[in-house]
Design a protein. Structure first.
Lengths: 99, 290
């Protein structure tokens, strides 16, 4: 029964992460929300790996981790360069393409 | 089956760490300061490492601590410091009711996910005892380097490209050649030769009366006890915030008004009570002007 509890926790964390992405204006905070969502997916994958008794889920979680590291590096570099150009990290401010 | 999965110890660990993680994760949408949210996320990630270990995945637990807490979150905090720690989020909504829409959508997503999980016909957990027969890291290694070698190579390429991309994105073109120390000194000498720039070639005397008063708005005293005006930072002088040594209490004022004081322009014959009182007056006048 506890394995279902892991899945419940994982979906709660996923929802919190997605609400963060939807509401937060600070780009860094929105990005942290994405990280939380990736983490919760990892938890579900590891739990499923144990349910099925194979290591495939853990390997998938491992790859998710590596790709998340690459994604964070590029994303934070983009945020830093936007901050350098516009002096803001708000996701609302750089709306130059609107007009 | 329950003997393999969900033993008492595991239940205890889960029911302590799980709710704490859920509460800590709430700091992400709710915390006003980004640093608090970062700390909450770090707590969630460390808790996740505990849960991995409990879930018979110790390799992933260690990797979680090393990769997520050790690298990714440090990177986040780094960028937070770079951007400014006190940049709190604006509360103004650009789309009206965006927050409530987000909460309703989140609640809907949670309802859907929980509905699926609760109603799903999950098989009894097999447990990883067979798969982890040669310890978990070895099992994961066989899986990674045996069945998914190509994916591993691709991930390696991805990491290299990401590193290159980060370097390219944050690289700053230098618009002019950097001034080294020699170039700075030569510029200064040329300005001095033209009669521009500062009055002295050597570094400016430091403000403050040495070892007596160390505030930046008090000029240094020369060997005669006269204040050296250029020792006070230019900005303070322009603002008129310069103090005269006579305004400073204690020993400095004593020096500035007392027997050590000699006017620089009047060399030798100005010894005696007259010269001292004169120079003391000029000093006080200067202080009033300032």
């Amino acid at each position: 029964m506890t394995l279902m509890a892991y899945l419940v926790l994982s979906s709660v964390l996923f929802v919190v992460g997605s609400i963060t992405v939807l509401t937060r204006r600070n780009a860094i905070l929105a990005f942290m929300g994405v990280e939380l969502m990736l983490n919760s997916c990892n938890l579900a994958l590891v739990a499923f790996s144990r349910i099925h008794g194979t290591l495939t889920g853990q390997v998938m979680a491992f790859y998710v981790m590596v790709v998340a590291a690459a994604e964070v590096v590029v994303g934070l570099a983009i945020i830093v360069s936007i901050y350098r150009a516009r002096r803001t990290v708000s996701v609302d401010e750089p709306s130059l393409l609107r007009n | 089956m329950e003997a393999v999965v969900g033993t008492g110890a595991e239940q205890v660990v889960f029911w302590i760490i799980g709710p704490l993680m859920a509460i800590a994760s709430l700091s992400l949408p709710l915390a006003r300061k980004p640093v608090h949210a970062a700390v909450g996320l770090i707590f969630v990630m460390i808790g996740m490492a505990f849960l991995y270990t409990v879930l018979e995945a110790p390799f992933l637990g260690v990797a979680q601590v090393v990769v997520y807490t050790g690298a990714i979150m440090i990177l986040f905090v780094f960028v937070l410091m770079l951007v400014g720690v006190d940049s709190s989020d604006s509360v103004v909504e650009t789309i009206t009711g965006q927050r409530w829409i987000a909460v309703v959508l989140g609640a809907g997503l949670l309802a859907v996910l929980l509905g699926v999980i609760v109603t799903a016909n999950l098989p009894d957990a097999v447990g990883l005892e067979n798969a982890n027969a040669r310890t978990n890291p070895v099992g994961v290694a066989y899986e990674v380097f045996g069945n998914t070698v190509f994916a591993l190579e691709l991930v390696g390429v991805l990491l290299i490209i990401a590193a290159l991309g980060a370097i390219t994105l944050t690289h700053k073109e230098r618009l002019a050649a950097a001034h080294d120390q020699i170039a700075t000194v030569k510029l200064r000498q040329r300005a001095y030769a033209r009669g521009e720039g500062s009055q002295v070639l050597t570094p400016m005397p430091a403000p403050g009366v040495y070892a007596q008063h160390n505030a930046a708005d008090v000029p240094a005293l020369d060997p005669h006890g006269m204040p050296i005006d250029i020792s006070v930072p230019r900005v303070l002088r322009l603002r008129g915030q310069e103090l005269s040594p006579a305004d400073v209490d204690g020993h400095v004022a004593q020096i500035a008004s007392g027997p050590y004081l000699r006017p620089v322009s009047a060399p030798v014959e100005a010894e005696g009570a007259d010269g001292e009182s004169e120079s003391g007056e000029t000093l006080e006048q200067k202080g009033e002007q300032a």
